[in-house]
Ligand binder design. Structure first.
Ligand code: SF4
Length: 410
């Protein structure tokens, strides 16, 4: 009699790279004869993150919850959280031992997980092209858990993206740990983007995040002329204080960042700049924080991700105490308000504008929700909307955190 297929589930925490790797693993498990199920899988896989103390706490909580929900399952913990601290799985009796492959088609401590043909639950597949970082920003554990920079061959990336486009996806998001370090022979990130944009089909391409030091003139030029490349760049600022940027080992000053943003906007006037700010870094005085707020106001970001600092053992910054937690919380809350104002101002430019929306969700009332080319959440109204398709619309209103638009064309 035929044995039933072994079953698994995957839960993912953390960044886009982790999400991509979970998808690659999902496909590898399926190819190896496993079946993905929601309840009581034979194997629970939890893909963890280590970026903040909060992310680590979340991973522990999720692992406990998954084990409670599925008392008969084994568990494999993978990802940055495990690579950062093996203690994450210590004492769990149903744990697949890290570093041991056993009967599984992967090793929990990691090996390159790549190659996707679809993206479960996403209309905009992520494609990881680069891994690792050796910049050693003072607060960041990534170089400790992801190792030195490594890139995928351009031909392999193009093949994967062609397959996704053939399956009907209309937006591809290029992602990496430090995407700007992408290199395959003479091909850097701009060269790769250019080659992707030449692929046939109706689609658009988005870059997930590029460090200021890696944002080249060639990339700015592509943003100016390449219609398929979304006019959106996530350019982490982290702080508006040169003193703190130096302590963070970020390798640029506010003036340098300002000048880069200016050059990018000159090349691409409607560019949406999104960013990350780290609040409460050790040594951040009120004056430094005020400089960050001013920078957020001045630079016109359309979205700011605010990270309250938490010390990560084995990083350079962990040797110095940060400001008290209540000061960090209060600064983060103040910066949220500044960021919300900046985002509202940016959205205001889109009154009556024509937008292109990738619909990711259609409600019962026939209203579509998705993102426009500038990464603005948009509610689109019109007949016959379908998930995963690109539509043109005219903005009829600016809502709280989103645009409202009427369909003008498909
Ligand atoms: S550039 Fe800095 S913040 Fe980004 S992954 Fe590398 S070390 Fe971490």
């Amino acid at each position: 009699m035929k044995q039933p297929a072994p079953t698994f589930s995957i839960s993912t925490l953390g960044c886009k790279v982790n999400q991509y790797e979970s998808q690659a693993l999902r496909e590898r498990m399926t190819r190896a004869g496993f079946r993905e199920v929601r309840a009581d899988p034979g194997l629970l896989i939890v893909n963890t993150c280590a970026v903040t103390a909060r992310a680590e706490a979340k991973a522990r909580k999720l692992i406990r919850r998954r084990l409670r929900e599925s008392p008969g399952s084994r568990i494999a913990i993978i990802g940055c959280g495990l690579r950062y601290s093996r203690r994450l799985g210590r004492g769990l009796d149903r744990l697949v031992p890290p570093g041991r492959r056993g009967d599984l088609p992967f090793s929990p401590t990691g090996e390159a997980l790549r190659g996707t043909t679809f993206f479960a639950g996403h209309c905009r597949p992520l494609v990881k092209v680069q891994d690792g970082c050796d910049a050693f920003c003072a607060y960041c554990v990534i170089p400790l858990v992801r190792g030195t920079p490594a890139s995928r061959p351009a031909a392999e990336v193009l093949g994967e993206i062609s397959g996704l486009l053939d399956s009907g996806y209309r937006e591809i998001v290029l992602t990496g740990i430090n995407l700007g370090l992408y290199r395959d022979g003479d091909t850097g990130l701009a060269g790769l983007v250019e080659r992707i944009c030449r692929l046939p089909g109706e689609f658009r391409l988005r870059l997930s995040s590029v460090e200021p030091g890696e944002t080249t003139a060639a990339l700015a030029e592509l943003l100016a002329r390449e219609r398929r490349l979304c006019p959106h760049l996530h350019l982490p600022l982290q702080s508006g204080s040169d003193r703190v940027l130096k302590l963070m080992n970020r390798g640029y000053t506010l003036d340098g960042y300002r000048e880069l943003a200016g050059r990018l906007r000159e090349a691409c006037p409607d560019l949406a700049l999104t960013t990350d700010c780290l609040v409460g870094f050790p040594g951040e005085a009120e004056a430094d924080f005020a400089a960050t707020r001013r920078a957020v106001e001045e630079l016109g970001f359309s979205r700011v991700h605010i990270f309250p600092y938490s010390p990560r053992p084995r990083t350079a910054a962990a040797r110095t105490p940060p400001p008290p937690p209540e000061v960090i919380r209060e600064r983060a809350a103040r910066l949220e308000k500044t960021a919300a104002r900046a985002a509202r101002n940016y959205r205001e430019r889109f009154r009556s504008a024509e937008v292109e929306v990738l619909v990711e969700e259609v409600s019962g009332a026939g209203e579509g929700r998705g993102l426009d080319r500038h990464y603005l959440r948009t509610r689109l109204r019109g007949p016959g909307l379908e998930e995963g398709r690109l539509y043109r619309g005219r903005v009829t209103g600016i809502g709280d955190g989103e645009l409202r638009a009427e369909l003008t064309g498909g």
